[in-house]
Design a protein around this ligand. Structure first.
Ligand code: C2E
Ligand code: MG
Ligand code: MG
Length: 721
């Protein structure tokens, strides 16, 4: 033995530096140095020992593995560092160094192999344990599945992707009335049903292709006995371990009862309980669907019974109901077989939806047939009942695009049919509708117009024929609209009567006219002009009318005797009860009453005698009969004049004064004067005009009449009317 002694601390220091970071070791540098110092001390001792023992170096190799130096670089560097420190010790030790290196490497390798083996063993043990657990679980789930499958109350079937049914459970067999073999012999496609939505089977195909995993639908089947089974069906796709589609599992719940109940409720919701016909809601559904279909040109017959209310009132509701049922059934039997939907809209209104109404003649035929059907007498409880119907028909292209618009147009058209005399078919007419709409708009503006004082009065002189003096005026109302348009009373008085606004408007006219008369009289004095004011029937029927008249007179200070109210002949003639009393009360008040447009109505002078009437205004046609334009057949005027003469004579006998309207020519004027007519009014004498233009004429002879009247003179029309 001899040479330098090896310093284990120096070896440990270099060793630590060499292997640090070569493997994943959890020790820090200090701990590592301490650990390797221990190993280096043992190595150096064994190297220096007189007796060589390989187990020490092999042990150090093992300990390196134990410290997790498992990377090959750790071993390599260890061997290099060991050689650097031990080799200088002397050439005679070279063989011992090699032996030491070999033992260390062998120990290292051995330890590493053991460690790998142990790891593999641990993994395979775990895998084995896992397999056993999985198998147990599968067995358990299989058993559970079998139990569920067989005992389930819901039907279950398993099918291959080609549609072959490979398994069905008892419940499904019971539901369908087939046994398991019978079902298994059929592919799923044989269970298609006419009620299946086309999309349902498409989704099944998507499922087979693997793009859909679950689907749920309400589905009908035929049972073996032919009856219908309704089900809530859930189909799931089962895939194999690799994710490929493998089976279809269908789970079927019998919901037949629920479905029937629902169907019944739905039917109730969409049908009229009295007649069993589709109701309004169903009708609108169908109409909307037909309108959405770009090709169909649907049309509607809107039908309302005439006189149904009278049946109800006189014969009772039971008879009324029976009548409705009979008519509903007849309409259905007549029109439904051709595919028309007959629905009851409520009350005594029915509709027929004609889905293909491109041909207007076809619509009309359907409507005529409906009308015929309704007209046939109905026997109810021994009563023969005859009713008719009014029908409005509208096609898609006329009534706008939406269902609501179409029905509004149908409703309007029905109203025309009623208005034109019932028991008839009216067709939608765009122009008429437009006029209706315009009228409606106009009437909606009336209240605002009154508030904004857009109405004004013109006055037309009433001329005493014997001397041409203007003894009174007729007040005539006009409307100047916001846009400057001027409307005559014929355009808006009927609307005001319909809406009732005539009451307020009439009150204004009365006050304004009396006020004007008072102002004229205040300015000029002399004899008071007669202020003649038109009054609508609707006004006279108002309970407050007499009070209104009295109030207007009091407010303006105009005496009742200088006010004349003009009522039309038919209004007076049809006046019963209240209105007659009203006339009496007005007469008692001292107001004069004139019959306007006399000769256009009943012309019952004998009856007139019993009424508190003071004057007649002969209607235009009487006057127009005079002269070359006369309508007396042979161009002569003798006949007309004879009638006029006797009317005037009779009126005078009854104590009535007579005014002729529409005096348009000098000849008419001359003849009327000759016939003893008291007063005249007309364009020949003076047109209606504003108060300032009329004022100079009052109480004086008309200048034009000072020139001698020209027989057969031209008709004169006023510049303004
Ligand atoms: P009406 O009471 O018979 O009035 C006479 C109508 O004949 C007036 O038409 C007048 O302008 C027109 N007229 C006057 N001279 C001639 C003529 O020579 N030839 C022809 N062809 N016509 C002539 P207007 O002003 O358009 O009034 C029409 C109707 O409106 C009136 O007929 C009256 O029934 C009603 N009306 C006018 N103002 C009122 C009112 O304030 N209240 C009510 N309830 N109705 C009114
Ligand atoms: Mg009048
Ligand atoms: Mg008149």
């Amino acid at each position: 033995m001899g040479g330098d002694r090896v310093d284990p601390a120096a070896l440990a220091a270099d060793w630590t530096a060499a292997v640090l970071g070569t493997s994943y070791v959890s020790m820090n540098r200090r701990d590592l140095l301490r650990y390797l110092t221990g190993l280096a001390t043992r190595l150096v001792a064994s190297f220096d020992a007189p007796q060589w023992d390989r187990t020490v170096a092999a042990g150090v190799g093992r300990l390196m593995v134990a410290a997790h130096f498992t990377d090959a670089r750790s071993l390599e560097r260890t061997l290099v560092v060991v050689a650097e420190h031990l080799a200088p010790a002397g050439a005679d030790r070279t063989s011992r160094l090699a032996a030491l290196q070999g033992a260390l490497a062998a120990g290292y390798a051995e330890a590493l192999r053991e460690r790998t083996l142990a790891e593999q063993e641990r993994i395979s043990m775990a895998a084995f344990a896992a397999r056993i657990a999985a198998e147990e679980a599968r067995w358990a789930s299989e058993a559970r599945y079998q139990a569920v499958f067989a005992g389930a109350v819901i039907g279950i079937s398993v099918a291959e992707l080609d549609g072959r049914i490979v398994q069905v459970n008892e419940a499904l067999c019971r539901m369908l009335g087939y046994d398991a073999e019978e079902i298994a012999a059929r592919p799923i496609y044989e269970f298609m049903h006419p009620y299946d939505a086309p999309g349902d089977w498409r989704r099944v195909r998507e499922m087979i292709a693997g793009t859909v995993d679950h689907l749920r639908m309400e589905k009908a089947y035929y049972r073996k006995d032919g009856t219908e089974l309704w089900t809530d069906l859930v189909v799931s796709l089962i895939r194999d371990q690799t994710g490929e589609p493998r089976y279809l599992v269908a789970m079927v719940e019998d919901i037949t009862e629920r479905h029937l109940l629902q169907t019944r409720l739905q039917h109730q919701a969409l049908h009229d309980p009295l007649t069993g016909l589709p109701n309004r809601a169903l009708f609108f559904d169908r109409l909307e669907a037909a309108l959405e279909d770009g090709y169909a040109v649907p049309g509607v017959c809107y039908l309302d019974l005439d006189g149904f209310k009278a049946v109800n009132d006189t014969l009772g509701h039971d008879v009324g109901d029976q009548l409705l049922r009979t008519i509903a059934e007849r309409l259905r039997a007549e029109l439904a077989p051709e595919g028309h939907l007959v629905a009851r809209m409520g009350g005594d209104e029915f509709v027929v939806l004609v889905e293909d109404a491109a041909d207007p003649a076809r619509m009309r035929r359907v409507a005529e047939r409906a009308l015929e059907t309704v007209r046939r007498p109905v026997w109810v409880e021994g009563n023969e009942i005859r009713v008719s119907a009014s029908i409005g028909i509208v096609g898609r292209d006329q009534g706008g695009s939406g269902a609501a618009e179409l029905m509004k147009a149908a409703d309007t058209t029905l109203y025309w049919a009623k208005n034109d005399g019932r028991s008839r078919v009216a067709e939608f007419d765009r122009d008429r509708h437009r006029t209706d709409v315009a009228r409606f708009e106009l009437s909606a503006q009336l209240p605002e117009a009154l508030r904004r004082q857009e109405f004004f009065l013109e006055y037309q002189p009433l001329v005493r024929l014997c001397d041409g003096v203007t003894t009174g005026v007729e007040a005539l109302v006009r409307w100047r609209r916001e846009n400057g348009e001027r409307l005559g009373p014929d355009r808006f008085i009927p609307l005001a009567e319909e809406t009732g606004l005539i009451v307020a408007l009439g009150r204004w006219v009365l006050t304004e006219a009396c006020g004007q008369a008072r102002r004229w009289h205040d300015a000029h004095g002399g004899e008071r002009p007669l202020m003649s004011v038109n009054v609508a029937a609707r006004q006279v029927r108002e309970p407050d009318f007499v009070d209104d008249v009295r109030a207007a007179l009091e407010r303006t200070g105009w005496p009742p005797g200088a006010l004349q109210l003009e009522l039309t002949e038919s209004d007076v003639m049809s006046a019963e009860g209240g209105p007659l009393e009203t006339l009496g009360a007005l007469a008692d008040l001292g107001v004069r009453i004139a019959i306007d447009d006399f000769g256009t109505g009943y012309s019952n002078l004998a009856y007139l005698r019993t009424l508190p009437v003071h004057a007649l205004k002969l209607a235009g046609p009487f006057v127009t009969g005079i002269g070359p334009g006369g309508r007396d057949g042979r161009g002569g005027t003798a006949g007309t004049e004879a009638v006029l003469s006797s009317v005037i004579g009779l009126a005078h006998t009854l104590g009535l004064s007579v005014t002729a309207e529409n005096v348009e020519t000098a000849e008419q004027h001359g003849r009327l004067r000759a016939l003893g007519c008291d007063t005249g009014q007309g364009w020949f004498l003076a047109p209606p005009a504003g108060p300032a233009r009329v004022e100079p004429l009052l109480g004086r002879p008309l200048p034009r009449l000072r020139r001698s009247p020209v027989p057969g003179g031209e008709r004169r029309r006023p510049a303004t009317g």
